[in-house]
Design a protein around this ligand. Sequence first.
Ligand SMILES: Cc1cc2nc3c(=O)[nH]c(=O)nc-3n(C[C@H](O)[C@H](O)[C@H](O)COP(=O)(O)OP(=O)(O)OC[C@H]3O[C@@H](n4cnc5c(N)ncnc54)[C@H](O)[C@@H]3O)c2cc1C
Length: 472
Amino acid sequence: MSFAAELQKLIGKGRVRMDDATLEAHSSDEWFASHRPDAVVFAENARMVSHVMRFASRHKVPVTVRGGGVGYVGGCVPVRGGIALSLARMNRILEIHPEDGVATVEAGVVTGDLQAATRRHGWFYPPDPASLKECTIGGNISTNAGGPRCLKYGVTRHYVLGLQVVLPTGEIIQAGGRTHKNKTGFDLVGLFVGSEGLLGVVTQATLRLIPHPPARACLSAGFADERHAAAAVQLIFKKGFLPSAVEIADGFTLDAVRRKFSGTAEKPLSFQDDGPVSILSLPHGQAHLLVETDGQRSSVRAELKALARLLRTAGALSLDTAETEKDCERLWELRREFSRALKSTGLRKLNEDIAVPRSRLVDLFEFAKKLQRRHGIRAACFGHAGDGNIHVNLMVDDHVRRQVIGGEHALNELFRQVLKWKGAITGEHGIGLAKKRWWSMAIGPDARKLHERLKSCLDPAGVLNPGKFVGK
Ligand SMILES: Cc1cc2nc3c(=O)[nH]c(=O)nc-3n(C[C@H](O)[C@H](O)[C@H](O)COP(=O)(O)OP(=O)(O)OC[C@H]3O[C@@H](n4cnc5c(N)ncnc54)[C@H](O)[C@@H]3O)c2cc1C
């Protein structure tokens, strides 16, 4: 009997697919790598996942877990074939309990769906990766996803209270619990959060909820250059503000947006193609800051005024403010266009998500310019200025061989420099396949050995997500 037929016998018909379209749809994510699995299994509960893992461990069949498949580092690409284990059908929100401040969900729940559901109760699940309409809670937990609001609210890890996990050997375990505090044994939740699908399959999560802030306000400011914008970021903190988000963008990114909508800095533009139709004015200058603050209405209003004054003092050339939900979303729309605008340049975007200590922001922008001069490759930088997590996008022309080779050298230089500044080669996307080459350099030999020991302890047959940065 073929292994797919055996699987079908184990977990039932309609849950194992081997047709071309399904295999192809489960062969890649948002990075460049692609490899087809031999079969796709659509699990519907933890018991089925357990059957699959026991079977895989016994027969040494690789299993790669897949959530929404919108990772940026090839993490869910089944590079060794075998089974792509989709949790897409495990998408039930099991409980939203405002009195206890918790929600319990299956791992395949789409992050945006959970946020919308908690909001209807007046509650808040803050982690906000920009992919939230497609990514899953299981994927967010496995990559410890962040987003703009991490500055004030923290990353996914800070909201995970308890996990149900199926180990590679098939046991179903419970880590953590349902209370906001819990110090019973080792922090097993912490072990699985960020483990990129290498240590276990997350099947259920109990998450911390907080009250939704009743008001928010945004400011969108243009600056002469990144140096002025970065100085404004420091001034915001120095004056005692903790905004919910502080996002920065460089001149190349702004120019790409301007070109995409073929307007000018002064003219309001209509977004009429793939995005929702809205009107916004583009910031002046060669750098942009988007600042958001939230809380009680009266304090938000006062902060908005104070922040506007502060940004002007810091040299803002243009300033838009927004107090209503609709107007705030309008300002965010510009931020959400950055990636698409860069892609529309026709160049290949090597999207890195390094993190540097915040005092190094200007050094980072300067270094990106140095890379441009040295390798002839444009670098577009934008991202979460508040926590130093910047997307450095090397824009490579695939038709120019010098640029393709230069891109590789530029990445090497970038990561080395980031580590010299005591930064991290990835702030939120993870290692996956994309950063496998730099993993050893970033982690050091002893910590690497510890990773290997943990992996072989939990996954002695080496079947869960093989071919990635830990394991064979
Ligand atoms: C447009 C865009 C914007 C993005 N913005 C952000 C951002 O702001 N912040 C951010 O952090 N990331 C961002 N990302 C990256 C990505 O969306 C996140 O990494 C997200 O957490 C991936 O979730 P997913 O469900 O798609 O996971 P997948 O891509 O399916 O998988 C990611 C990894 O998690 C593992 N995995 C998935 N589900 C489970 C599970 N249940 N149990 C065990 N392992 C599992 C997979 O094996 C893989 O290693 C963005 C991506 C895109 C395309």
